[in-house]
Design a protein around this ligand. Sequence first.
Ligand code: PRP
Length: 186
Amino acid sequence: MRVSPDLMSDVAEVLLSEEQIAAKVAEMGARISADYEGRELTLVSVLKGSLPFMADLMRRITLPLRIDLMEVSSYGGATTESSGLVRILKDLSAPIEGRDVLLVEDIIDTGLTLNYLMRYLRGKNPHSIKICTLLDKPARRLVEIPLDYVGFEIPDAFVVGYGLDFGEVYRNLRFVGVLRPEAYES
Ligand code: PRP
């Protein structure tokens, strides 16, 4: 894998600007705050891709909340395809039994990761569990799962930035961009 020293030169186009993302995250936070008014939330984020979204979203929610972090692996290293295999690399650190849980994801692609995680988390008897994702790529869906909060529906392009990686790189871009084919074909 070849990464340019200038990350921007590997980006074909900016799909979602920093400003568009910030406005959407604020809107989603306000909606979640209204929907769960009077309740306490547990946000469960799935590392590593959802780290920037989680950090921004939690500060736009005005309710008392707790956070927990899981890490799972679904993509095999520097490939662009989901393997369908989900491994838990880091589990929840506190019980969620009886709690209102919101699962925070950066992107739903095939839906395989989410499908696995929802079954796993439901088994821990939360009071409720809903899904919040910044990006939805419906063209690649293999498992249908109803999504409760969606930031942006995006086309079937290889996107990086705002947490999303290719080969663990590009997560620190402040926008979501489409990667140039030369960057992942080399
Ligand atoms: C991404 C994303 C989701 C999953 C979605 O994570 O954060 O968890 O893939 O893909 P799916 O709908 O096809 O299952 P990834 O495994 O790339 O790990 P990362 O968050 O550490 O980059």
